[in-house]
Design a binder for this molecule. Structure first.
Ligand code: SF4
Length: 323
């Protein structure tokens, strides 16, 4: 993922998880429990109400050229005893009714199946009304696990994985050092889905630059059509200082599409999307907020995009866009 990138907001903005930072010793939702996060902490917007547990720190890949999320962290696995104590603390602070848990940081799915089973069992034992556990995952994390292992994790309530496709264009994936090919990401999502997990796949508008913009859109839609994830999230790439792609842009070696070109890129993506998926393009980074269930809403989404391109709907000004 974690993306993944931007599809996440920082914990400091809307975190409802019961965590406490060492300084100041206040938890994000105002309670005075003893959980501590190693920041920066990211989670998908849809996990705003989840208890967040940092099963790992940082990202095991940490090389994507557009991402600076975990650059300040050296990847490591949290010791079992530490995590068990944290789960016990959360149980004391919240009681047994926690329904959702998100395993951070960048790709907790890289843990061995044995380790994940241990964590999932501890979480289920502490929170008997648990509905789902979710995590960011890289294609490699999933491909390293057998179908039986994936099913075992699903049976223990690991029900939702967030993956960054970023682009369905292999040229772009190589350029940004994603560490996986389109085929590998597609296969990973298909295998997770076959094991009964839901998937949320992210695509980054603008990531292929101005030159490959429409090709990136078409190839990304083709990859999503093959995966048919439950959720497809579009974010608009926003350069982050400190990331290699930011430096390339600053040197003039890479040109981003402008707002209207981004709208054209999204339109090309939606036009070529033929699968069933819940489509969201409502992240703070996007110029035009859109959501809809495909294929039902496709025509409506295209009409909105045309209106945005024609100026009939105002695009979000740069100063209101966020990561
Ligand atoms: S996999 Fe790439 S995008 Fe996701 S957190 Fe790691 S470096 Fe960032």
């Amino acid at each position: 993922m974690s993306y993944a990138t931007g599809q996440m907001s920082t914990a400091a903005t809307a975190q409802r998880a019961v965590a406490v930072r060492r300084r100041p010793p206040l938890c994000y939702n105002g309670c005075m429990c003893e959980l501590e996060y190693e920041e920066p902490l990211f989670r998908p917007p849809s996990e705003a109400a989840s208890l967040i547990l940092q099963a790992t720190i940082g990202c095991s890949h940490n090389r994507c050229a557009f991402c600076s999320m975990y650059q300040t962290k050296k990847f490591r696995v949290r010791p079992s005893a530490e995590l068990r104590a944290e789960i016990a603390t959360a149980r004391r602070a919240l009681g047994p009714d926690v329904g959702r848990v998100f395993l951070a940081d960048g790709d907790a799915m890289c843990l061995s199946t044995r380790r994940l089973v241990e964590i999932l069992d501890a979480v289920r034992a502490s929170f008997p009304r648990l509905q789902r556990v979710s995590a960011y995952a890289n294609a490699r994390d999933i491909l390293h696990k057998s179908d039986t292992e994936l099913t075992e994790l699903r049976q223990r309530k690991l029900k939702l994985l967030y993956l960054g496709l970023e682009s369905g264009d292999d040229f772009t994936l190589t350029a940004i050092e994603k560490g996986a090919t389109v085929d590998q990401i597609v296969t990973a999502v298909q295998r997770a889905r076959a094991a009964g997990m839901a998937t949320s796949v992210m695509v980054l508008i603008g990531l292929a630059g101005r030159e490959r913009s429409l090709e990136h859109a078409r190839l990304s839609a083709a990859a999503i059509n093959r995966m048919e994830p439950e959720f497809t999230a579009l974010l608009t790439y926003t350069p982050v200082p400190g990331s290699p792609l930011f430096e390339r842009i600053a040197r003039g070696d890479f040109e981003l599409p402008g707002p209207r070109e981004s709208i054209a890129e999204i339109r090309e993506f939606v036009k070529n999307l033929d699968c069933r998926t819940y489509f969201t393009c409502n992240h703070a980074s996007n110029y035009l907020p859109l959501t809809g269930r495909l294929p039902t809403s496709k025509r409506h989404l295209l009409e909105l995009l045309d209106a945005g391109a024609a100026g009939a709907i105002a695009l979000k000004p740069e100063f209101l866009r966020g990561l």
